[in-house]
Design a protein around this ligand. Sequence first.
Ligand code: SIN
Length: 291
Amino acid sequence: MPAAVHTRERLHVTPAGGSAGAYITGVDVAKASADDVAAITKALNDHLVVALPGQNLSLEAMEHFTDQLGGKDITPYVKPVDGHPFAIRILKEKHEKLNFANAWHTDLSYLEAPPRFTVLYCLETPEAGGDTVWANQYMAFDTLSSGMRDTLMGLNAVHSAGPAYGTGGYLDGVKDKMSTKIEPSKEAYAEQSHPAVIEHPGTGRAALYLNPVYTQRIAGWSKAESDGVLGHLFRHSVNENFTWRLKWAKGTLAIWDNRSTQHFALNDYHGHRREMVRTSVKGDKPRAARA
Ligand code: SIN
């Protein structure tokens, strides 16, 4: 009898959208090698968001993979999963009306060093609905006028989690209606300044780094000036032409780059249950893009 030949399925990246998104197959994330992690990181530089369907991950395996991608980071103001300080559960039960992250944002941009990547694993999703949408922030920057690009290059913006997660803030008011466990805090009102346009450390490209949940104002501008320009940029930055939308299935793992995307979790599945677990990969302080 001939000896069994063991062939290892090869990691394959298939682009899924014109602006962002790729599917990765041929890798078992629970057993990812250093080469697999390097290929996934390259795919993130190329496609900004990747989805790996058909995974079978324990929370421990997901945490290990998060470490392989660069190290686990905490998610402030959301109660972690018991015994797993770096993981949060994102849950909407059938009877609930509110979901988590139903607004365009970049994860934790109010921190000095926001997470490089977010890792989200689907445990349960409705048959239809509950998709997540991402918007490419390189395109958001590249499609501005040269006058606006030049103006933004020299600016910083002030970010804070206060209006969302602060004591008395939006989520404090609705937290009892959500299964995702929000922990409001007065510390959330702390402010952090970041360049309005950042240089992606992996690609060297300039990306718009402003989002409507956490960016409060342009540093040094009056409220009226800042609200007017930010209002325009918030709308522009999520133009449909910059987006890619993922339809989840149980076992799909998605990873996205917070330095080049914003994202939005749709709330179009009342009467159905959706459950995810999420970890974050440590990042660095954003660096200003060079003119
Ligand atoms: C998030 O912003 O982390 C949640 C995204 C989702 O639930 O689709």
